[in-house]
Write a protein that binds this ligand. Sequence first.
Ligand code: SF4
Length: 731
Amino acid sequence: MSSKQRDTIPILKIDSPALWAELGNKFEKQLVSNLAGTHRVLTPAPGEDTISEALTAAFLRGDRHDFEFAYHSVLRESKPLRQLFDLSPDVGIRWSIPDLIRVTRSSAQPVFQVIDIKATQVATLFHKAQVAFYALVLRGFMAELGAAGSVADEGEIWHLQTNKTQAEEGYLVESFRLRSYEHLVIDFFQNRVPPLLKQEVSSAKDTTFFHIYFKCEQCEYLAHCRKTIAPEIQAAKRDVSAVPGLSHESKRALERMGIKTVGELAKARGLKSGKRPLSWALRARAEQLVARADALVTEKVSRLPERFTYLMPPRVDVGFFISIDVDPVEGNLAELGLLRTQSTGDDYVIEVLPTGTRDEEAAALQKVLGKLLQGLSEIDSHNAAIPEQKIYAHIFLFEPSEATSLQEALARHLDNDAIRTGLLEMIRIFPPEDAIPEPEYRGIHHLPATALRSVLEQLYAIPTTVSYDLRQVTAALAKTDSPLVGPYVPNLQFQREFSSRLSIDVSRMLRTGNMSVAEIRDDVSRRLRATAGVARWLLAENAQAQQPFLRLNKQPFRFQNDFHPLEADDLDVLQAQELLESRAGLLSTLVELALPAEQRRERLRCFADLKLLKWGKESWKYWMLFQVPEESRQAEMSPGELSLILTDDDPNIRLNYQRWNEFAIELPAPRDNHSGATLFVVLMPNVFNGPAFQELLHKNHAWYIDKTYRDFNSPRVLDFLRFLAAKDSAT
Ligand code: SF4
């Protein structure tokens, strides 16, 4: 459907300027203009957006073999493509316009590769599926043209370099095999498009499948979809997507069971134990989702039974609350704030960044994190001097994504001496590994902060719509019998539907001088106070609970003693950097592995629900043969990959990096099965015969293969640095 056709449908639409699109176009134009300076690029005539179909055909036929790239060529749908997609006569595919097609003529036949340009810092699954779609269109178009040559098996996304903005030049190339993504595209056209044709859309009736979730904030049709979850509608009659945390897939599954409204879900108490088979994700979250639906209907906060958390300690004498916002367009900090609370009063430092320059960002990090470190140092000294009056300190954020933003900001300034020294201090915050289990991942060093939203999601059903954001959550907690004091009430321009972090519009207004630093500072201080209010509310609830539910039994705060940043020399700094980088890689792997199997599978990082067909021994190695369900066949794992584990999905194994060796496997090159319906894996005798693996082998269960993290370099680098340090002290 063209945008013109879509505009004829009388539904509510917000006509806001497409800020992302504008910036994306700028990045793309700059990149192509730079490319044209060093390569032969076929570009549209002045005033045109694309090159003509005739010129595209000439490029593909080799009539314009003096050009290496074609920018914005136009590809028409073809008979082979229609057959592949199994399209009915009433479905047509519009012109496809890939950003770049590159031709390589080093072999007998030319090879054409599809490249898309994205002004983002990562290439997403959606971007890759788009390239796969273009590759399929190109293949069909070439076949119809009778053009010699083939389409490359790999596509590329050229995107922003991490930690750089659109204004900075340079880009990263991400290559990927197209096969998995082509399957997704073909499946969409063959299986999803036919039911879509039967849907009806008008201002009064919309029978298309939709699911409102936090990303809908960016969508121009939110005003239309939001009508189904509006507060004016009785809670029980609202669309089920009002329930926070419901995924698209789970909503589809619920719809198949006839559960379409919040009220119907609230009554589905036997969902988990019902006769219908549920997806893993829905089964795992059924109880939580039913309780959340019930909270919306009754407008009451309730604690989920038998739930405890290791994410937050039960005692906090001094709380450090951090707030971080980024400008998503420039990819740098928009504000960084810290609130210190204790019985003697509160203390703030809030840095708003009107320009976002590197220097401004470095100064903000130094000032705010410096204040945090100063506070922690005081507590450390106090606890060392007066052991009988120990102080318990803890760091809090509201959103887990704020911790990621902080890590990324620090990573942008590792070349800054002051920040590096600050980071070394940060390392001292991490308690010794064997003393205290870390909040989220046992034994892994990372910022020992609690994201309060995660605590609330684990423990409580709260009547909020779509998400557990600070505004909605604090408003609901303020209405309980022991109410939270000081909910977050934003000024109008700071109010967002499903999030309380700064919106892209506000950060842009800051950068263009249309919003004052004082206004943003005011909003940040409101959020910090409300976040502290949530922590206080949880601590009070825990203190009154028959069975306390906050279980992170921290010791009074002390710095780790065996590292002294003030005496750190260059070798210490290098060791710390190496360690941090390695930890960051491990941590991001653990974050992925913490996702449910269904989500890992969808991110193409897991072969899920494998069925063991047989196993045996060949030469001195063992092998196992699995049947792979259809939906698991796209996982991006290649033969020779060295960090794969085979488990029964037990989180105690997959989230414990010290046990990964006990379950390590290898994928040999496929022998004769190219469909992916079966999978052959190889195991070393020490793994296969190990007690842990033998126990797994004798249980009747589904099998899972996941990618883990193996850092081959850091241990060697660290050993070398230690060797140098020892030599240094010996001389
Ligand atoms: S469900 Fe969300 S993304 Fe889809 S049209 Fe509605 S608002 Fe947009």
